[in-house]
Design a protein around this ligand. Structure first.
Ligand SMILES: [Zn+2]
Length: 285
């Protein structure tokens, strides 16, 4: 029964099956799905994990309300960030004005791009969010995954994945498809959390290791394992380079204002230390 629900996987970055178990896990249908770290390349991923066909059920309509998408935060808090991303893309000298967003939720980003004259398309696993986007934002959004929807090769100037890569079962495969649909020197934009890189992540990881030693119990995380990967800057960069991209710009975000101010006076080599999010611009090569 459980084997119908879960699967054991190898590292998506280097293919190794050699990993060590970290002290955090999700409980999925009675199975402990642990964060593991590849002993070869350092990629952190969930293993075992729910099979691909169950992932869609993790995104019911209330997920999009609770996350602040449809009718929520995305209408009030996100536009400035989206404007800044679109400004950077537009300054990248991409002559193809077609933009694809993978995992576009309610398509607010795409609607902002549409206002600027981009031809936009979206792919969204949730039929609820995709329908909302079509009916309320009048954006061409297909229900499904990037792997399911067959776009023509070299048909987009930009592919945007905001808080999506860590949810995908096979990021390398998805980045390869994005590479195929991007035109020559097309821009890939990735935004993702860096939990294990953040100060909070590092301190809490240390605390959990001590707790595991003392009481022999790992920490159970809430909800289903929506994040199948936990990137740090080095694993994300390796993945992008291996997938045929050249990184052109990285923007790190750090939660704590005090920490941000301390880091701003440190030399450049400390850039990214303790950041909890990253925004990466990369070109197809
Ligand atoms: Zn690996």
């Amino acid at each position: 029964m459980k084997s119908e629900l879960i699967e054991y996987v190898h590292c998506d970055l280097c293919g190794s099956g050699d990993y060590r178990i970290l002290p955090r896990f999700y409980s999925f249908q009675g199975v402990d799905c642990y964060h593991v770290k590849c002993r070869i390349c350092g990629l952190i991923y969930v293993n075992p994990r729910p099979k691909r066909e169950h992932l869609r059920t993790f995104y019911p309509p209330h997920y999009f309300h609770g996350s602040g998408y449809v009718g929520g935060l995305s209408d009030s808090g996100y536009p400035t960030r989206f404007d800044s991303i679109l400004d950077t893309i537009q300054s990248s000298m991409v002559y193809n004005s077609a933009l694809l967003e993978v995992g576009c939720a309610d398509a607010l980003f795409l609607s902002k791009a549409l206002e600027r004259g981009w031809q936009v398309k979206g792919v969204e696993i949730s039929d609820y969010a995709a329908r909302y986007a079509r009916e309320n934002r009048h954006v061409d959004v297909v229900t499904g995954t990037l792997e399911q929807v067959r776009f023509c090769k070299e048909s987009f100037g930009c592919v945007y994945m905001g808080d999506v890569l860590e949810h995908l079962p096979l990021p390398k495969e998805s980045l390869a498809i994005a590479w195929q649909v991007l035109c020559h020197r097309g821009v890939l934009v990735i935004e993702c959390p860096l939990f294990y890189n953040s100060l909070y992540g590092k301190v809490s990881h240390l605390g959990l290791l001590i707790r595991l030693k003392i009481i022999g119990r790992a920490h159970m995380m809430e909800g289903p394992p929506r994040h199948l990967y936990e990137f740090i800057p080095s694993t994300l960069e390796k993945l992008l380079v291996l997938s045929g991209y050249e990184i052109s710009k990285k923007v790190y975000q750090t939660q704590s204002k005090i920490l941000r101010e301390i880091l701003s006076v440190l030399p450049e080599r400390f850039e990214g230390i303790f950041s909890n999010r990253i925004l990466v611009y990369a070109h197809k090569i």
